[in-house]
Design a protein around this ligand. Structure first.
Ligand code: PGD
Length: 761
């Protein structure tokens, strides 16, 4: 049966969806100039066998009750009624709450879930735990930018200013001579923005800028990090060595007298300390181009030529999220700013420093005049937190102290973790260790629409609706379209939306009114829309009534052109418009950070040897970057995601020389391995990746042959089996999953089919 098309939205674009029997016809929003192919992942999603159909309880938990259990991830599941599932969840929450209080519950529940702002799963969990349980242990920061989001406020300003308002694509197209992009500007990343992205404009802007004469330079081990439209240059350097390269560039600029000393003196603090470090006055190590060449694999002559090219040009420096998802990831972020300052560029149109341009569709865009209201989170009764990527450390080491941003905190003893809208077995590192960590819990509760590995490790799995099965409002602060997300289908099998589940649990725990405030989902949408109307009315802007918005499917919101950026005002008058740093200036040296006394992140940017680097046993760097065919692990079973696999397995790209040295041919099934585990993938040979580097994107659902193995073998291709679970530094404790070291060989064992999309027994 074919139905009328309805409007809907995802993190990767707005679209019309129309049922064709069990499948969907997905048509991109007509005003989107460059729609994302990720939309096609929805086509067969609604009735995919990987969907969770009924509430399920892990057999070991059902039979033995809550408690640490090594069978998590390897146990059977028993279907139960909603009545029984809710009763057991409510009872367990009450038990843990009574015995341990909110400090026994982890509700960090990291994850992107879906674009709708009301059904945003993480907000639902947080509101539920605050209003019903009195609070929870929370997580701070993100897997995307854990290092940068803590560092930037110390040295220049917060993420919103430096990433979202750093520069606009219009400005680049009009003014930039050189866009120096550390980590590139891959369109696979900017096709996504949390909350929705109705217009994909990056490709057009890059084409326009290149035609005017902007030179895009991508510094990366992968050629694919810069799209063809940019007509740019590829500078291949060893993974994780950008900081050394930037120090080399600074040394050349100083030696040749090409630094903008007037800018550095007026707008920055700490340049003398930086110069002293480069000259080796602290420790006798001179960090010049020859020193840098040894580390990053680019000749000292090439470093010299490169640095001189930057002088006298309108240069925009940007550093991708990827660079800071590594040990000492703070350093390239900081040095990118120092380089832009040394060239005297911050605050000039199309010049200076912007963090993570192109890493998300939000960046380089204009902002809506007012933002769409968020679901109120209630009050968390406790102040216990972890940096988000320290979850396994927390579960494995209760009571142990750790450092974070100048604070000495202690890991709480967590008994129950509640997760909705995220897939930790996608986003976390060292998955065998993560499994051991989850085995320490008394209870893990997960709401999921599909049998991800995270659902397969849970004690109670509650089937959640997909975004396509409920109504919501999609909108992002940088998207001028607000989308009425209309349901395309009835909920799959027994699935319910997160709000309905939490409302029922709140009722059983005697806190329904506190959680729902007497509204159903439609009531909240109307309430939030009304709040938006009021915010806009204060600016004399009128938008249609809710009913008309719902019928139209989309409305346009007013935006502000980002002319009055913080950095422009600062450049105009640094005394009148100081930066929000302790000195009011760009901090090349931060007395605050120096005061924390961290060896792995001192008071000015440095090069620190990482503990992970290639050796005889693991001679190759692995880049575990974001996938091009899906958002993270979402809809990995979708049509477009599957089209990127070979024989159902994820594709690993490696240089032809490295393949030849190992007798590997294109299409072979290869095994990547290190001390943490083994991963199978299909080999693709290419010269668009530098020798010594292999690349396997994240997001293939974890599919271990033996989930309990100390060094598991994932037959599908999830690189987080191999990545190391350490914080970037004591300052930020960010995720460092972007790179690791591995060996690769042709797989000699028995090849069994991928089973990631077959539900557990
Ligand atoms: P997703 O795959 O998006 O990954 O981590 P994140 O956990 O966000 O998981 C979202 C889950 O939510 C999906 O399983 C989906 O089915 C479910 N879901 C969607 N909508 C709903 C809903 O309404 N309700 C419920 N209950 N569930 C829903 C992403 C994280 O991974 C990020 S942001 C980054 S940047 C990291 N990047 C890297 C990296 O570069 N390298 C490595 N090695 N590892 C990384 N991990 C990080």
């Amino acid at each position: 049966m074919t139905q009328k098309p309805v409007m809907h939205s995802a993190h990767w674009g707005a679209f019309h969806a129309q049922r064709e029997g069990e499948h969907l016809r997905v048509t991109p929003f007509p005003r989107d100039p460059d729609p994302s192919p990720l939309l096609q992942n929805f086509r067969h999603a609604l009735h995919h066998p990987a969907r969770v159909a009924r509430p399920m309880v892990r057999r070991g938990w059902l039979e033995n009750g809550p408690g640490p259990d090594q069978r998590r991830g390897a146990d059977e599941y028993v279907a139960v009624s909603w009545e029984e599932a809710c009763q057991r969840v409510a009872q367990e929450l009450k038990r843990v709450g009574d015995a341990h209080g909110p400090a026994g519950i982890f509700g960090g529940s990291y994850g992107w879930s879906s674009a709708g702002r009301f059904h945003h799963a993480q907000s639902q969990v947080h509101r539920f735990l605050n209003t019903v349980m009195g609070g929870y242990v929370r997580s701070v920061n993100s897997y995307s930018s854990g290092a940068a989001s803590v560092l930037l406020p110390h040295i220049v300003g917060d993420m919103t200013e430096i990433a979202r308002r750093g520069v606009s694509w219009e400005e680049i197209a009009a003014h930039s001579d050189i866009v120096l992009a550390f980590g590139g500007l891959a369109l696979k990343n900017s096709q996504v923005a949390s909350g929705g992205l109705s217009e994909h404009t990056e490709r057009g802007f890059m084409r326009q800028a290149a035609q005017r004469g902007t030179r895009f330079i991508s510094v990366s081990p992968l050629k694919s990090d810069l799209p063809d439209e940019a007509q740019g240059e590829w500078l291949a350097l060893r993974p994780g060595t950008d900081a050394a390269f930037m120090l080399g560039l600074l040394s050349v600029l100083i030696a040749d007298g090409l630094t903008d000393e007037a800018f550095l003196a007026r707008y920055c603090v700490g340049w003398p300390e930086m110069v002293a470090y480069l000259r080796g006055e602290e420790d006798g190590v001179v960090r010049d181009a020859r020193w840098a060449a040894e580390i990053c694999g680019i000749s000292s002559e090439a470093i010299g030529t490169f640095a001189r090219r930057l002088h006298g040009k309108r240069v925009l420096v940007t550093v991708a999220h990827a660079l800071q998802r590594a040990e000492h990831g703070e350093q390239p972020v900081w040095l990118g700013l120092v380089l832009a300052a040394a060239l005297g560029q911050p605050g000039l149109p199309g010049g200076g420093y912007t963090y993570a341009l192109g890493a998300l569709g939000h960046y380089g865009k204009h902002h809506n005049l007012v933002s769409f209201p968020a679901l109120p989170q209630g009050k968390n009764g406790i102040d216990r937190l972890i940096p988000v990527a320290r979850i396994a450390d927390m579960l494995l080491n209760p009571g142990t102290p750790f450092d974070y941003n100048g604070r000495r905190l202690t890991y709480p003893h967590i008994r129950l973790a509640y997760w909705a809208g995220g897939n930790p077995f996608h986003h976390h590192q060292d998955l065998a260790r993560l499994r051991r960590a989850f085995c320490q819990l008394d209870t893990l509760i997960v709401h999921e629409s599909a049998w991800t590995a995270s659902a397969r490790h849970a004690d109670i799995v509650l089937p959640a609706t997909m975004t396509l099965e409920r109504e919501d409002i999609g909108g992002a602060p940088t998207d001028r379209h607000l989308v009425a997300m209309q349901p395309v289908a009835a909920p799959y099998a027994e699935a319910k939306d997160d709000y309905t589940i939490f409302s029922e649990l709140a009722r059983r725990l005697g806190r329904e009114e506190a959680f729902t405030e007497g509204r159903d989902a439609r009531g909240w949408l109307q309430h939030h829309y009304r709040q938006l109307q009021e915010k806009l009315a204060a600016h004399q802007v009128t938008i249609p009534e809710f009913g008309q918005f719902w019928q139209q499917g989309v409305i346009e919101l007013p935006q502000v052109k980002d002319g009055g950026r913080m950095i422009n005002a600062f450049r105009a008058d640094p005394e009148a418009a100081p930066l929000p740093t302790p000195s009011g200036k760009i901090e090349i040296f931060s007395a605050t950070i120096a005061g924390f006394g961290y060896e792995n992140c001192p008071g000015h940017p440095v090069w620190r040897e990482p503990q992970q680097k290639p050796d005889a046993d693991h001679p190759l760097w692995l880049i575990a970057n974001q996938p091009a065919t899906r958002l993270h692990s979402q809809l990995d079973f979708g049509e477009y995601s599957l089209s990127g696999k070979r024989g159902g397995r994820e594709v690993c790209r490696l240089n032809s020389q490295d393949a030849a040295a190992r007798g590997i041919a294109d299409g072979d099934i290869i095994e990547l391995y290190n001390d943490r585990g083994h991963v199978l993938a299909a080999a693709r040979l290419t010269d668009a990746i530098m020798p010594g580097v292999v690349q396997l994107p994240t997001g293939a659902w974890y599919d271990p042959v033996d989930p309990t193995a100390a060094r598991p073998l994932c037959r599908h291709g999830n690189p987080n089996v191999l990545t190391l679970d350490i914080g970037t530094s004591s300052l930020t404790q960010g995720c460092s999953g972007q790179i690791t070291v591995v060996q690769v060989r042709k797989f000699a064992g028995e090849v069994t089919p991928v089973q990631a999309f077959i539900p557990p027994q």
